[in-house]
Design a protein around this ligand. Structure first.
Ligand code: HCB
Length: 215
């Protein structure tokens, strides 16, 4: 089987909610010498299709949950491998999903790729209150530091504005770079709330994060 066929198969197992097939396809890809990062990218492409199909009412919640389960089981195999690929330490990143939001697939992908690119990742998980984020920033003041928050809903995205405001109020704005992402986040929003950057996907998030650490 050629690499393109393997990538298609990986993507397809996510789209068809084939949990067992997904972990088998991941192992097959790794055995064929494909990097963990390329496997993640193929699976993410599948998740993007799932999201689009959901929005077009071609897939429903129970199916989405099975795709999410397939993605999680794949990441359990891939995360340790990506961690092994991590290079020199470049900084600390506080990674979280905004309060009221439990969507964690993209969050975990971004966290994994940041770790694979040399960041120490402090993963606060999902549904994280703004105050908790600011507390964590204060704790790590003085380090090469950034936050990378995710929000998948237009409602939870509003909390990102409060995080920036609270960071400013605590006098911490110069101590931390701020990157936010998630489907509803736009460049315009980032500018409006006074954050530093966003990224379309996990690979881009890693590139942007490395750039921010150079500033
Ligand atoms: Co959910 N959901 N959902 N959902 N869900 C969305 C997000 C909607 C857009 C679907 C829709 O209605 N059109 C919608 C939000 C509408 C809105 O506010 N505009 C929605 C809703 C409403 C809900 C519920 C309220 C549904 C309900 O219960 N009635 C509920 C929310 C509960 C809550 O959070 N309080 C809910 C539940 C679920 C699940 C549980 C079924 C499941 C989540 C499973 C899980 O995460 N463990 C789910 C899913 C899977 C989705 C969709 C279909 C896909 C999201 C996803 O995983 N995408 C989504 C529709 C969509 O997005 N098109 C739908 C794939 C990942 C890889 O992409 O965008 O998360 P990503 O992350 C990317 C990218 O954004 C970037 O890199 C990532 C990796 O490439 N990125 C960053 C992410 N974070 C970053 C941070 C950075 O600093 C930089 C880049």
């Amino acid at each position: 089987m050629g690499n393109q066929e393997i990538f298609d198969k990986l993507k397809e197992t996510i789209v068809t909610q084939d949990v067992a097939g997904c972990t088998a396809a991941v192992k097959e890809a790794l055995d064929a010498g494909i990097s963990a990062l390329d496997v993640v990218n193929a699976l993410s492409a599948g998740m993007k299709i799932v999201g689009d199909k959901f929005e077009a009412a071609e897939l429903y919640l129970p199916q989405i949950m099975m795709s999410a389960k397939a993605m999680k089981s794949a990441m359990e195999i891939l995360e340790p491998l990506l961690a092994e690929e991590a290079g020199e330490r470049v900084g600390t990143v506080i990674k979280f999903v905004q309060e009221g939001d439990i969507h964690d697939i993209g969050h975990r992908l971004v966290a994994t790729l940041l770790a694979a690119n040399g960041f120490e990742v402090i993963d606060l998980g999902v549904d994280v209150p703004n105050e908790k984020v600011v507390e964590e920033v204060a704790k790590h003041k003085g380090e090469k530091l950034m936050i990378a928050g995710s929000a998948l809903m237009t409602t939870s995205m509003l909390g990102q504005k409060d995080v920036v405001r609270l960071i400013k109020e605590e006098g911490l704005r110069d101590s931390v770079k701020i990157m936010f992402g998630g489907a509803p986040v736009t460049d315009k929003w980032i500018e409006e709330i006074g954050a530093d950057a966003t990224a379309e996907n996990a690979a881009e998030a890693a590139t942007v994060a490395l750039e921010l650490m150079k500033e």
